[in-house]
Design a binder for this molecule. Structure first.
Ligand code: UTP
Length: 416
């Protein structure tokens, strides 16, 4: 909703953000309109409270963290066939859609375009998007269906992403028929004084609101409505940067259906007790992903009677949701986490400032913070070498980088 300039000025004064109109008169008409639109839509109350939160120490809570039950895909024995049959039937009936989250900035990789356009250096020179498309199509072919593909972009990378797909003939998909793009939400960045920043373009400096923004974005952009129209009941949501992601998985789906679990997440066992990853667990009796920094050394090393780590199931951003669960999660706001980042901005005198160290707060929601909404969540342990080849860092870092992902991909597909 667009407010008039007087209403905007009143609100800016109320929240101490009057500087946002300092350079208004220097903007062209289009930019002026865009800025007013942005200023009309900012939830200043929320931004102020998030900034206040950034100044406070996180208080230690009395949360009870316990291990969560999981199934091992390779120890399902006779159940395997049953789960698989249930899942196959649902996939054949067109009840599955897949979503790729591609709204991240990919700062660690350092690629200039959207991460999905990155070529990890295979002989085929396929981009991450193409590898993902291959993965969906190869599986879907087995069940004689087309699994609709939804791609979440950000305001920043949406146009380039769509152009890339166009250039590649949508990898055999049909836009707006079985391939859908939608943008995630944005939140303004603030400086250490709580002032919202103006970016190089003269507009409010905004950043994507984290992968937790997905639930709200699916609903707001009418993607859940589209899924219903298509007869979809289950939605796999994964990242763009795992080139072995298995999105169409009848076993995972069969488990979710039989166990009446509104979320089924895949895990891989931790490489070692102190690997810096988030693990599935229960917090106060509800499903949760606990960060390595949130559990004690003793908890990280604890094992069960079979010698398996009690907190060993790493969350790999591969989760299946019932459509009803997505609708429920999107209706309730998630908590925001605060990251301190470098952000270029225009100062009060109109000069561009390019900081060399972090200077601004970015607010992000995490997808797994919504898991507590699930009455019942299933966790399925899969094999790292079959389903997890992340592309996070540049090659010089040496881990979770294009080189390691390429090796895993080649080994799995027998290309090495
Ligand atoms: P990461 O948390 O690894 O972030 O995202 P990133 O943006 O890819 O990389 P860095 O941290 O800047 O280096 C995991 C997945 O979640 C998506 C990413 O695109 C990736 O698929 N994501 C992340 C979003 O879609 N939106 C966001 O706001 C953040």
């Amino acid at each position: 909703m667009q407010k008039n300039i007087e209403e905007i000025k009143y609100e800016l004064k109320k929240y101490g953000q009057e500087h946002l109109l300092n350079h208004y008169e220097t903007l062209d008409e289009t930019k002026k309109k865009e800025l007013l639109e942005q200023l009309s839509n900012i939830n200043y109350e929320l931004i102020n409270s998030l900034y206040e939160k950034s100044k406070k120490e996180e208080k230690t809570t009395e949360d009870v963290i316990e291990p969560i039950e999981y199934l091992d895909k390779f120890k399902l024995y006779d159940d395997y066939k049953r789960y698989s049959a249930i899942g196959k039937e649902a996939i054949k009936a067109g009840k599955l859609a897949v979503v790729t989250m591609a709204g991240g900035q990919g700062t660690r990789l350092g690629h200039s375009g959207p991460k999905g356009t990155y070529d990890i250096g295979l002989d085929s020179h396929k981009s991450l998007f193409e590898l993902l498309a291959d993965g969906i199509k190869d599986e879907a072919k087995k069940y004689d269906v087309t699994v609709p593909w939804f791609i979440m972009t950000s305001k920043e990378n949406n146009d380039e992403t769509v152009r890339f797909f166009e250039k590649n003939r949508f990898f055999g998909y049909h836009k707006d028929k079985n391939l859908f793009f939608f943008k995630q939400g944005q939140l303004p960045m603030v400086d250490t004084e709580g002032k919202i920043l103006i970016g190089e373009d003269g507009l409010v400096k905004e950043a994507a609101d984290g992968h937790g923004g997905i639930y709200e974005a699916l609903i707001k952009n009418k993607m859940t409505a589209k899924m219903k129209e298509l007869g979809v009941e289950w939605v796999f949501i994964g990242g763009v940067d795992n080139c072995l992601v298995k999105m169409v998985d009848p076993v995972l789906m069969g488990i979710a259906i039989e166990k009446n679990a509104s979320i089924a997440g895949k895990s891989i066992v931790k490489a070692n007790p102190h690997e810096k990853v988030g693990v599935f667990c229960k917090k106060n009796g509800k499903p949760y992903v606990v960060e390595y920094s949130e559990i004690s050394e003793e908890m990280a090393e604890a094992v069960d009677e079979n010698g398996e780590l009690l907190f060993g199931e790493s969350h790999i951003l591969c989760n299946l949701f019932s459509l009803a669960a997505i609708e429920k999660m999107g209706a309730n706001p998630l908590p925001y986490h605060i990251a301190y980042k470098k952000a270029k901005y225009i100062d009060k005198d109109g000069n561009l400032v390019e900081p060399t160290s972090p200077n601004a707060y970015k607010f992000e929601a995490f997808l797994f913070d919504a898991f507590g909404e699930a009455d019942n969540m299933a966790v399925l342990r899969v094999k790292r070498e079959e389903e997890f080849a992340p592309v996070k860092n540049s090659d010089d870092v040496g881990v979770d980088c294009p080189k390691t992902a390429r090796k895993l991909y080649e080994a799995f597909h027998g290309l090495d």
